[in-house]
Design a binder for this molecule. Structure first.
Ligand code: ATP
Ligand code: MG
Length: 212
């Protein structure tokens, strides 16, 4: 729990409820939370999904690990306290995007169950859907991909607290969507997520299929 430091502050409501905003703009906001080892494919799949949604005329916006660490979270490192704060801020920002009716796509390793559950809780309390997508591939597969050369560096001891090598990854016990990226390609992964969104009534099937 993060303590509320500021006092004498009052929430100022807008002129529209979220439901009214959704009606006016014709789409529903939600957060899709990608989690998994480095090189499991979170950014690749989130980027492809963002593209599909935008082509279908659905406002989607990706919040991606390294990008956020260049700006909003540039003062945070990779120890467990900083990782928790990293995720807390992302969850708050994703919630704001979703509240504005966008589909927020977050792509962070987010290795701890407790941090992801806190992100989920924030959304549940606000009545905003939170969809956890476990982007899963065995360690030997992600190590052999190593697109950023990070596993090589971590194994050589050049990066401390690297998830999967010198820091833990806690797999989600009950993700809404589980994708094995050593078995399903990027297009297949996007289809699985779109189908889930349509089945759950989060996305208009006609809107998506018409543009595919
Ligand atoms: N089925 C697949 N889905 C996604 N990526 C795949 C798949 N098969 C191979 N790849 C490759 O695996 C790599 C995944 O890299 P990506 O940057 O998306 O991982 P990431 O999970 O975002 O890692 P990080 O946490 O370091 O940002 C890419 O080079 C991608 O081309
Ligand atoms: Mg990434």
């Amino acid at each position: 729990m993060t303590l509320q430091t500021a006092t004498n502050i009052t929430w100022h409501a807008g002129a529209f409820t979220r439901q009214e905003r959704e009606q006016i703009l014709g789409q529903k906001g939600l957060t899709i939370w990608f989690t998994g080892l480095s090189a499991s494919g979170k950014s690749t799949i989130a980027t492809a999904l963002e593209q599909s949604l935008l082509h279908a005329g659905v406002n989607a916006y990706r919040l991606d690990g390294d990008n956020i660490r260049f700006g909003l979270n540039k003062n945070l490192g990779f120890g467990s306290a900083d990782r928790a704060e990293n995720i807390r801020r992302i969850a708050e920002v994703a919630k704001l995007f979703a509240d504005s009716t966008a589909i927020a796509l977050t792509a962070f390793i987010s290795p701890y169950v407790a941090d992801r559950d806190a992100a989920r809780q924030l959304h549940v309390e606000a009545g905003i859907p939170f969809i956890e997508v476990f982007v899963d591939a065995p360690l030997d597969v992600v190590e052999s991909r190593d697109p950023k050369g990070l596993y090589k560096k971590a194994k050589a001891g050049e990066i401390k607290e690297f998830t999967g090598i010198s820091a833990p990854y806690e797999a989600p016990p009950k993700p809404e969507v589980h994708i094995r990226t050593d078995q399903v390609d990027v297009d297949g992964a996007v289809k699985v997520i779109l189908s889930y969104l349509i089945e759950q009534g989060h996305l208009d099937a006609f809107k998506v299929q018409a543009k595919q």
